[in-house]
Ligand binder design. Sequence first.
Ligand code: ZN
Length: 95
Amino acid sequence: MPREEGVLERLETVLAGEADAKVRAIAELAVGPLIAERERRDLGRMRRLEPTRRGKCDFCGERDAPVREDLETRIPTAGLPRAALICRGCDARAA
Ligand SMILES: [Zn+2]
């Protein structure tokens, strides 16, 4: 598999648009572990850096709040599910 950044994203886009469930299952089998590995890497990076980003909290709906991505909670979208955004208040309550 190519290691170049962006390749997985492109594959994910292709997968999301692939209507044939059989093709999707085979492709996910091939790409799934790579995506999982990348998410583990992203999680590790996030824990180290804890960048402050602002956005809308998916839990309480507060806008322009300091949020982080909650990779364990998936928000369904038209394409691939994305990680939920959680504000510090909800994060503290969930902990
Ligand atoms: Zn919140």
